[in-house]
Write a protein that binds this ligand. Sequence first.
Ligand code: UD1
Ligand code: UDP
Length: 368
Amino acid sequence: MKIMCVIGTRPEAIKMAPVVNAFKKCDDFDVCVLATAQHRDLLDQAFSLFNIKADYDLNIMQPGQTLPELTSRLIVGIDKILTEAKPNLVIGQGDTTTVFVTALACFYQKIPFAHLEAGLRTHDLYSPFPEEANRVLAGNLARLHFSPTEVSKSNLLREGMNPKNIFVTGNTVIDALLTTAEKDFPLEVTIPKEKRMVLVTSHRRENFGQPIINICKAILELVNKYSDIIVVFPVHPNPNIRKAVDEYLLNNERIKLVSPFDYGPFVSAMKKSYIILTDSGGVQEEAPALGKPVLVLRRDTERPEAVTEGVVKLIGTEQNDIIAEVSNLLDDVDAYNAMAKGASPYGDGKSSKRIVEIVRDYFLQVNR
Ligand code: UD1
Ligand code: UDP
């Protein structure tokens, strides 16, 4: 049976890598990888750590790409590869334009599509934009849904999906995290022992413009207020983020603006950090498993499980709110310890093995 795994961006590569490697270990399957390269540099970075090689590479990324341009290049490119490779099942991950278009291209060719990280919802089609729509659309075109949690499964059931096609597998990000976290990777920044590291990431479209400016101003004020913190900010290559960050945060010796870390060093940076400030989806899943408090620079989340556990908090993007919430964790040890207790509601590190077994059963039934 030929399985095609389609990967476009950094988080898809990290979360799909354990699945590709699990299928590779299994003689029943012939697995191939289609890299759309919606992200070029970030994808190559993640592939090299996990030793993934693309069998097909569309090399789609263009600087400052718009959603319509990206969508049209992807649909034509993916369709051609499907025609050539003729997979029996295609797997896509998450909520990017790559995954939505992959599901659509499979639908046009009547090839079954399996959705990894299925059923995450904020229930607001415009937030996050365009990811909520991407995952709803991909989910509606999917034959198999691999949901990370019971919450995500229940979202799909509410939308009328067939329960027989939904499997709670955990999130494969925890598979990637646990194997990577075993090792300590050197960081390009040195953090003196007496300083507390605040790790920051931001890339979300709804934070372009005033929100990212607010985030930068809050960081500046926090660094002025606390002499014992060092901010480490691996800046996403999206020009909308990079421009604002450079404008407000350059040339401060306690704000380390660095290029995106490879996944290994990023996991080590999470382990070393005191607090994590982020709008990332993946980081909301990983950091709790490492016992690190996460303050989310958004008003809503499709990942409510860790918020319910009390280890992730939604704080929005108002400058004063960010300053107040970070200060609270820096000043109040009890508040800090309550959030740093650690929890892993998104997985146990065995999700990709489960997925291989489910796919095996699926083909047994189809061939019967
Ligand atoms: C994309 C996804 C988002 C995901 C994020 C993960 C969509 C619409 N957005 O957002 O859901 O959370 O990836 O990081 O699918 N760029 C580079 N090099 C890279 C990557 C990006 O230079 O390796 C720059 C390019 O100018 C590119 C721009 O960033 O055009 C935007 O990339 P794009 O994939 O469209 O959006 P992201 O904001 O990265
Ligand atoms: N990540 C990384 N290097 C960095 C920042 C993040 O490897 O400098 C990893 C992070 O651990 C997580 C993934 O990238 O697994 C999240 O990607 P991103 O935040 O870009 O996308 P999202 O998860 O929001 O879709």
